[in-house]
Design a binder for this molecule. Structure first.
Ligand SMILES: [Zn+2]
Length: 442
């Protein structure tokens, strides 16, 4: 905590939305990022510093980077190719196409585009579930997007291609490797209970227990899934199956829409997180998640975009807005899910889901500096009497001016410094013909 070392960045004249325990907002605030990339000081008074760079926020909102707690980043490649259809038809169309077109380079290109889109839009951390996750880890390292991912499991061979037994060996190797903060290896991602047998699910649970790896899984997304799971797993719900196979404990459950009261109890008892993905849920007409009931049961609720083929973008501001509006309309009560709660879902609750809340998710001294600075001159953010309300009802990705991950500026004045924008976009465009052919080949 000494100023003897060189500070990296000082931000002055900011409206700091801390997302700390009491959701404090610091007006005319200053924040100093120390030489180690952590937040050294925050104050409503000027802070003595020797920072190499000073940013004058000119009264703009400074807040924690957004955390996208459920996505399939490289599905940018298939954006717009699975629209106006149910989840079941979407999967029947895209899963064979993925096997045909994906290899390391394609996943790398798709993830790099997703990282560019994410960082420019204020997302600093993503929990990803996709094939060939080593390509996503490489992108995370080069782009500085804070990425959490791990080996994925489903009963088909996938584009890797790996039979289940070989997939287990690959996953074991992955989990044995040293873990770091960007490009973690501490996750396993069984796709769902409808695409895996009970025995396979139990095997994955054993693997996860052995390496203390976290579980990221789709659960209870559509009525069709509920029927498939009931048929396959003796009348049980996905949550019951996850509980019975020891996968529910501290898991991250994507969607969690069609939940019984008992399911909600099980989720709460197991300290699992539900990642609400309202854009995907609306678009696929999957249903309305029981967010208020989950909240009442004390369940941690985070937000996700889902993959950019079901989302169809990686816009967490839209997710924030839709989450609020969906629940208000459903409850016929505009007071439910107030802005402070929605901001928490997109930040600290995501950090908690990823077990990174000691490091990120709020702007507090000692945490890593993952933060965004919004545009002080944006017409749609003016006036800004209540920043939480501004964030949840007005901010769009175009308002994100600067982005910092781990104390390093990755977006400055809306330009990503870690990814070559044109090269990345052109790479994905060049894959377009092949992607289109892979989808039309069904
Ligand atoms: Zn998903």
């Amino acid at each position: 905590m000494s100023t003897n070392t060189q500070d990296r960045i000082a931000i002055n004249n900011a409206q700091i939305v801390t997302v700390d325990k009491s959701d404090s907002v610091i007006e005319n605030g200053s924040l100093v990022v120390g030489g180690d990339g952590s937040i050294r000081a925050i104050s409503s008074a000027p802070i003595a510093n020797n920072a190499a760079e000073t940013i004058d926020a000119r009264g703009a909102i400074v807040m924690p980077g957004l955390i996208n707690s459920h996505t399939h980043l490289a599905m940018t490649l298939f954006r717009g190719l699975g629209d106006d259809m149910s989840l079941e038809d979407f999967l029947a169309r895209l899963m064979p196409a993925e096997v045909r077109v994906l290899n390391y380079d394609a996943v790398h290109a798709g993830t790099e585009l997703a990282a560019l889109e994410s960082l420019l839009g204020g997302i600093t951390t993503s929990l990803d579930m996709y094939y060939l996750p080593e390509a996503a880890v490489a992108v995370a390292k080069s782009s500085s997007l804070r990425l959490q991912t791990g080996p994925n499991f489903l009963e088909s061979d996938g584009p890797e291609p790996l039979k289940f037994a070989d997939r287990l060996k690959w996953a074991t190797k992955w989990l044995e490797a040293p873990r770091d903060t960007i490009g973690t290896t501490g996750w396993v991602a069984p796709h769902s209970t409808y695409l895996l047998s009970e025995e396979q699910l139990r095997t994955i649970a054993d693997l996860s227990a052995k390496f203390e790896a976290r579980v990221h899984v789709h659960a209870s997304e559509t009525v069709g899934e509920m029927q498939l799971v009931a048929q396959r797993h003796g009348g049980r719900t996905p949550i019951q199956v996850l509980s019975d196979t020891n996968l529910l404990r501290r898991s991250v459950l994507a969607h969690g829409i069609h939940l019984s009261d008992d399911d909600i109890k099980l989720i709460a008892q197991n300290s699992a997180t539900v990642v609400h993905c309202p854009a995907s849920n609306f678009k696929l007409a999957s249903g309305i998640a029981r967010i208020l009931d989950l909240q009442r049961a004390g369940v941690n609720i985070a937000l996700g975009t889902d993959g950019p083929a079901s989302g169809n973008d990686l816009d967490l501001w839209i997710a924030i807005r839709l989450a609020g509006y969906m629940q208000k309309t459903n409850a016929k009560d505009p007071a439910v899910l107030p802005s402070v709660e929605l901001v928490r879902m997109a930040t600290i609750n995501g950090a908690r889901a990823l077990q990174l809340d000691h490091m990120i998710g709020s702007l507090e001294v000692g945490k890593r500096a993952d933060l965004i600075v919004l545009d002080a001159d944006s017409p749609s953010l003016t006036p800004n009497f209540d920043p939480h309300t501004t964030i949840t009802t007005c901010v769009t990705r175009a308002d994100v001016q600067h982005v910092m991950v781990d104390g390093k500026v990755v977006v400055r004045d809306r330009k990503c410094l870690t990814i070559d924008r044109n090269a990345t976009i052109n790479k994905v465009k060049a894959l377009g013909k092949q992607v289109l052919a892979s989808v039309n080949n069904n």
